[in-house]
Write a protein that binds this ligand. Structure first.
Ligand code: MG
Length: 339
């Protein structure tokens, strides 16, 4: 069994601004697992604010000695060993996890949604993300999102109401709001959430900083809209910590080390009565297609990461009637372009 990896840089179609940062590229690491003539594909997406980079992923993946395992089917053991090599490196770990899952699915000649026993008819609508911008730009991006049934809007900047009003000039589509920890005063947060509830907003993601869980618990008791944890819930062990402060959790492969842990997180969250979103970073269709395999299990999908870039190198899940649908291919259901 052989692991290879190569750095790649995604170009974003538009500069992307959230409450805490702005950028126009995203570094990713593309990985493969080769064994018995089958190639599995994986990807690490590493937005700089999460602390990983081409350098850190290269260094970490060089320490993964995949050749010592006899088969990619030993997913639990291999991924457990890799996770215990070092803390952190969640995206780099996800690259190996996704490539192993792709290999196993290809060897079984089945897509993962079938291996997991899921029904594609249960996939909810995905949202299209609009970053913090001037009203003119927000109106243009809203028009560009015509194929999507739901919008996701980044708030927590200086012009929250202007952003929503700009979208409402153009469309009545449901909006999901992501404040990215941008509101620090709980009473002010409640006021804006009450206003948002009158604007056909479905939910609010990460209204307050992760460190302000007590304030978030206060907010949850009063909020007319569901609150969804993103920055507050990274891995499986975080789920039980956030149930008092949130109605739901946004699970991302790049946060939680990949498909295996994401599946466990979804089942745990459900058992605790939490709603579940599956989200993404800016990613190629490789990681998006991997996440799409899990999407029949969730209440909300936010899988527009590949639609926000101009240099995708995979073909896989596609937007169909507002839903991000996996291809019929085995594994994670992707083809590498140009090979
Ligand atoms: Mg978020």
């Amino acid at each position: 069994m052989k692991l290879t990896f190569s750095p790649y840089t995604l170009s974003l179609k538009h500069a992307f601004t959230i409450a805490t940062s702005s950028r126009s590229t995203t570094p990713v690491m593309l990985a493969t697992i080769e064994h018995e003539g089958i190639v599995g594909y994986g990807e690490a997406s590493m937005p700089p604010y999460l602390g990983e980079s081409h350098e850190s992923a290269s260094r970490f993946l060089s320490k993964v000695h995949i050749e010592k395992y006899e088969s990619p089917f030993l997913l639990e053991r291999i991924l457990g060993d890799i996770d215990s090599l070092e803390p952190g490196n969640h995206a780099a770990k996800a690259a190996v996890d996704i490539a192993l899952h792709d290999w196993v699915g290809k060897m079984l000649d089945q897509p993962w949604y079938r291996i997991w026993g899921l029904d594609l008819n249960e996939i909810p609508y995905t949202s299209f993300t609009i970053g913090i911008d001037a009203p003119k730009v927000v109106r243009r991006k809203t028009e560009e999102a015509g194929a999507y049934r739901v919008l996701k809007v980044k708030l927590g900047g200086q012009n929250d109401k202007e952003m929503i009003d700009a979208i409402r000039d153009v469309t009545d589509k449901p909006i999901r709001v992501d404040a990215n920890q941008g509101w620090t005063d709980r009473s002010a947060a409640l006021k804006i959430i009450e206003w948002l509830a009158s604007k056909n907003v479905e939910l609010v993601e990460q209204p307050m900083p992760k460190a302000q869980l007590e304030d978030t618990i206060w907010l949850k008791e009063r909020s007319p809209l569901p609150l969804v944890a993103d920055e507050s819930a990274v891995r499986l062990s975080d789920i039980t910590e956030i149930t008092d402060g949130f109605h739901g959790v946004n699970i991302k492969l790049m946060k939680c080390t990949g498909m295996r842990e994401a599946h466990k997180m979804i089942l745990l969250a459900r058992s605790l009565g939490l709603k579940v979103m599956i989200g993404c970073m800016t990613e190629t269709s490789c990681a998006i297609s991997a996440a799409a395999q899990l999407s029949p299990l969730v209440d909300w999908t936010d899988l527009d990461g590949a639609a926000l870039i101009s240099n995708d190198v995979f073909r896989g899940a596609t937007l169909q009637d507002g839903r991000m649908m996996p291809s019929s291919g085995s594994g994670i259901g992707v083809d590498k372009l140009g090979t």
